[in-house]
Write a protein that binds this ligand. Structure first.
Ligand code: NAD
Length: 266
């Protein structure tokens, strides 16, 4: 995207989340950074929560140059103390919490079949995804109830479609969707909305995969109505802005695939 169209994106998003405070986990790079950047362009102050200290510090600095301010917290989402400390930081540094985006996730690089899966792989997927999202939601609940805030969790076509070699990762993503729907029901009366984005985007994680498997992009986008991989900030970020904004105030418990039509939920 050219500089002019970044300005255009800022104009389009500007003010839609003015005065809001967000935590975005795993936002040192990729989809998380794309979402944090779009939220920032929309006027939110973002807490970059990531275990990559160098990239996370840099991300927060960069965000501060395009919006009302951001901060970095070194957070390993698998550690309950780090989760609690991140929510406490949002309140100490920014005074409130309106938006929680549970984006951090790890998964095996290879695509192990079910018979090749180990307990370590299952733990890696569920600890960084489902369990971490659960813990962050518990830690953030009271603050989100005060502000009438929202949660955006991240699912995947790997779960929606039950993709080959994604047994633990995909099941973990479907567990996150189930958690989100239950939370939408339990927390809706308290004014907290919970939705899910299933992205497809050229993050550093996906670029690494492309280097390892050059045919991946053509295979993934074959037959896709919009036949390209998405951009983290331009294609995924604005969807998060919409879901976090008052424009989506009547939407909860839903899954939005932001994937060029790759996966159509029926
Ligand atoms: N990129 C895609 O096409 C795609 C497709 C479907 C789902 N997703 C989902 O989108 C999210 C982001 O994916 P991505 O492609 O940007 O990944 P990525 O690997 O490029 O980035 C992941 C980020 O999470 C951080 N992280 C990982 N483990 C962490 C931990 N324990 N504690 C704190 N931070 C941690 C990393 O440091 C990194 O900054 C994930 O939930 C992923 O499952 C992505």
């Amino acid at each position: 995207m050219s500089i002019e169209s970044k300005d255009e994106l800022t104009r389009r998003l500007s003010g839609r989340l003015a005065g809001k405070v967000a935590i975005v986990t795993g936002s040192a790079q990729g989809v998380g950074l794309g979402i944090a950047t779009a939220l920032t362009r929309a006027g939110a102050r973002c807490v970059v929560a990531d275990f990559n200290e160098e990239a996370g510090e840099q991300a927060a600095k960069d965000l501060s140059t395009i919006g009302p301010g951001a901060s970095f917290v070194r957070c390993d989402v698998t550690k309950r103390n780090d989760v609690d400390a991140t929510v406490a930081h949002a309140i100490d540094a920014h005074g409130q919490l309106d938006i929680l985006v549970n984006n951090a996730q790890r998964a095996p690089f290879e695509l192990p079949t079910i018979m090749e899966h180990t307990d370590e792989i299952i733990d890696l997927c569920f600890d960084t995804g489902y369990r971490a999202s659960f813990h962050f939601m518990q830690a953030a609940h009271d603050e989100l109830a005060k502000t009438g805030g929202c949660v955006i969790n991240i699912g995947s076509a790997a779960g929606l479609d039950g993709q080959y070699g994604q047994a633990a990762y995909g099941a973990n993503k479907e567990a996150i969707r189930a958690l989100s729907k239950t939370a939408a029901r339990e927390w809706g009366p308290e004014g907290i909305r919970v939705n899910i984005i299933c992205p497809l985007a050229k993050s550093p994680g996906v670029v690494q995969l492309l280097e390892h498997d050059p045919g991946f992009e053509a295979r993934v986008t074959k037959g896709q109505p919009i036949p390209r991989l998405g951009e983290c900030e331009d294609d995924i970020g604005p969807v998060a802005v919409f879901l976090a904004s008052d424009d989506a105030r009547y939407i909860t418990g839903h899954t939005v695939p932001a994937d060029g039509g790759a996966c159509m939920i029926r």
